[in-house]
Design a protein around this ligand. Structure first.
Ligand code: GLA
Length: 384
């Protein structure tokens, strides 16, 4: 009896070892986190961390800007491709990351009108870096700082914890803000991002992640044939300076209706004032369901490879940006030139300019309380 059990246990272990071995071989890496030097920024050492899961999927993250440098996921035939835009080396990010490729964004994702807001009766003046407005945290946002790191082995998978202390007054924001972001590459081919923050003085915070995805493979072409679904019946229209007007508008009968899977390119060139203001899609969608609850926000599908990405989040909003400002001036990884709309971003967030829009969900973080949000990018393949 006992020996039979042992034999079947050994057989089972052998099968597991063999199958995980085969899976890992598919990508060439080993399950775990590998750390290597990626250069220096601000006089500090910068590293590249490679997270590999049991299925051979791989995420490479640097502690400069918390940037996701590459993300390799299988297609329907099991072939791995890198599906995010970026650079091969740190120099590219240091010199030329105007588009925020792969970066963590903070303290505030997207725009704050005129870089001004009032909190507790005090007006704060932030750095302006997008015309008269403040964008993605200012001149030196969280995408351009060196984060402290700690690799973690969690139940869900290999993880990397990044921590950054943003000093009182940095880019004009009040309070010493300690931001902590954990990337986990789960064994279900999910990239899970947990964001948290605490402050010693009331402040505002709105953290997000700015990867440009191309599910057919980075640099392989434009993303106009991706089928996109966004679980939002309303969006926040913008003015010519990309600041929300404050209205929550129904997507019904507009090019912003992605409630059913629709090609990104289907209406992108329609004569529409909102598409004109955004130079394409560059808008915040008001996600259905309850904020604070992890729920499906969006799905994108690429037919030639069968790759599908789901985005799950606790956030109330999602910025869908169709890579309108990519213009072929960037040569990214493996010598690939990034032309207009070669990638798209799905940035989970609170709404842009919330500090000046009392009707929007609040982005105020009070001293003594904790900010916490979760977003998951989940990858599968479909046969259809
Ligand atoms: C966000 C903004 C865009 C643009 C990109 C980066 O999505 O809304 O206007 O700044 O980031 O280029």
């Amino acid at each position: 009896m006992v020996s039979k059990k042992i034999v079947s246990l050994i057989a089972l272990l052998a099968v597991i070892a063999l199958s995980s071995g085969l899976q890992v071989k598919a990508q060439g890496g080993r399950v775990g986190v590998k750390k290597e030097s990626f250069g220096k920024a601000d006089g500090r050492d910068v590293f590249l961390y490679t997270l590999t899961n049991a299925r051979g999927a791989e995420a490479r993250i640097t502690n400069y800007g918390g940037i996701l440098v590459s993300l390799k996921m299988p297609d329907r035939k099991g072939k791995f491709d890198d599906i995010v835009l970026g650079y091969d080396n740190l120099d590219g990010y240091l010199k030329n990351n105007g588009p925020y490729m792969g970066a963590l964004i903070g303290r505030y994702g997207n725009r704050i009108a005129k870089g001004r807001f009032t909190l507790n009766g005090v007006e704060y003046k932030l750095a302006t870096n997008n015309g008269e407005n403040h964008l993605h945290g200012g001149i030196k946002g969280f995408d351009k700082v060196v984060w402290d790191t700690k690799p973690l082995r969690t139940k869900a998978g290999e993880a990397l914890e990044l921590t950054y202390l943003s000093r009182d007054g940095e880019e004009g924001y009040p309070g010493n803000l300690t931001a902590r972001v954990t990337y986990t590459l789960t064994n279900n081919n999910e990239l899970k991002i947990d964001y948290s923050a605490t402050t010693d003085k009331d402040t505002i915070v709105n953290l997000t992640h700015h990867s440009y995805f191309n599910l057919a493979g980075q640099g392989s072409g434009d993303i106009l044939n991706h089928q996109l679904m966004i679980a939002a019946t309303r969006f926040t229209p913008i003015d010519a300076g990309s600041i929300p007007t404050g209205e929550l508008r129904s997507v019904n009968g507009t090019p912003f209706d992605f409630t059913r899977p629709t090609a990104i390119g289907a209406h992108i060139n329609d004569a529409d004032e909102q598409l004109k203001n955004g130079s394409g899609y560059d808008h915040n969608f008001v996600l259905n369901g309850q904020m604070g609850v992890l729920r499906l926000a969006a799905k994108a599908y690429e037919a030639t490879t069968g790759r599908e990405m789901e985005v799950w989040t606790t956030e109330p909003g999602l910025q869908f940006y169709s890579g309108n400002f990519l213009d072929g001036t960037i040569t990214g990884k493996e010598g690939k030139v990034y032309n207009k709309r070669y990638g798209f971003c799905l940035e989970t967030q609170h709404f842009p300019d919330s500090p000046n829009k009392p009707q929007f969900p609040s982005t105020v973080l009070r001293k003594g309380s904790r900010y916490h949000t979760t977003t998951i990018y989940r990858f599968t393949t479909q046969k259809r």
